[in-house]
Design a binder for this molecule. Sequence first.
Ligand code: IPM
Ligand code: MG
Length: 354
Amino acid sequence: MNILILPGDGIGPEIMAQAIRVLEKFKTEGLPITLTHGLLGGAAYDAHGHPYPDATQKLAHAADAIMLGCVGGPKYDTLPRAMRPEQGLLAIRKDLKLFANLRPAMLYPELAASSSLKPEVVAGLDIMIIRELTGDIYFGQPRGRRTNAVGEDEGYDTMHYARSEVERIARVGFETAMKRNKKLCSVDKANVLDTSILWREVVTEMGKSYPQVELSHMYVDNAAMQLVRAPKQFDVIVTGNIFGDILSDEASMLAGSIGMLPSASLDANGKGLYEPIHGSAPDIAGQNRANPIATILSMAMMMRYTFARADIAQRIETAVRSVLATGLRTGDIALPGEPVVGTQAMGDALVSAL
Ligand code: IPM
Ligand code: MG
């Protein structure tokens, strides 16, 4: 298990330190874990003048899996776009062909009261959002700035998907649904966008090969509404890059806190980059206040998807649940007035629960 650690920026190093403690624990139990360390995002820009430097690229190609903290910070906001931390993240996803982004939104029963929705609406929630990650308007060319026909400054981007790109992510959607409750909802904007018309055609066509999967289609605006109206109607959602970006942040609130949600970004061979879906939270960086659970649950996904060790993944998830059951809360998941513990103490509790 050759794992590259990329702590990134902001709260990244603090939450990653706790994840490493968990890995060290498994190492002492005999798991063949080797860690390498690299820089991505603002930290990489500071050290090497680039958010995804060659040194990191080499390590990333050599690794079986990558654990990433988070990138970005106000310090980098004035850099030219190509040098911003977020570009490092987009570049590593594209470079490693990590086209399938799995973002589970699960509500731990212990956190039912932390969700912004009524407990009866979210109790038992367990959704898997599958977001295409290397195409769409995020990477489409042409893009840029220009002067339009009437002499006005304008910005423009291009949304496009090739049939093969839709096919490979749709297949991940159907296969995931087969392993779960056999319900797949494909989200698009086929009432307006040509890209989505193709998307819907391809997904519908593939549905014929998965007769056991109950396939539905939903416009993204309706999906945004349904997620807060009746989120438990969903099992697996498959969607494009930008719609998935937005809907997965929305879904995180159903789960109580964005500090709880892990993700996996996979290539066609199971190599993966694992990261919490939250950002670098510069406002609380370095204060021992961040919730390390999303990162540690991302590690569970790594054990499940890259290393086929569902047993270890389950141990990690069980440890998280048991720690939550004892009432331990970081600030993001605490109810008003509840006592709060720091990043380190949450890590301590998780390691001892394991
Ligand atoms: C995410 C983030 C990134 C994205 C940003 C930081 C580039 O929001 O992983 O969801 O838009 O993909
Ligand atoms: Mg996002």
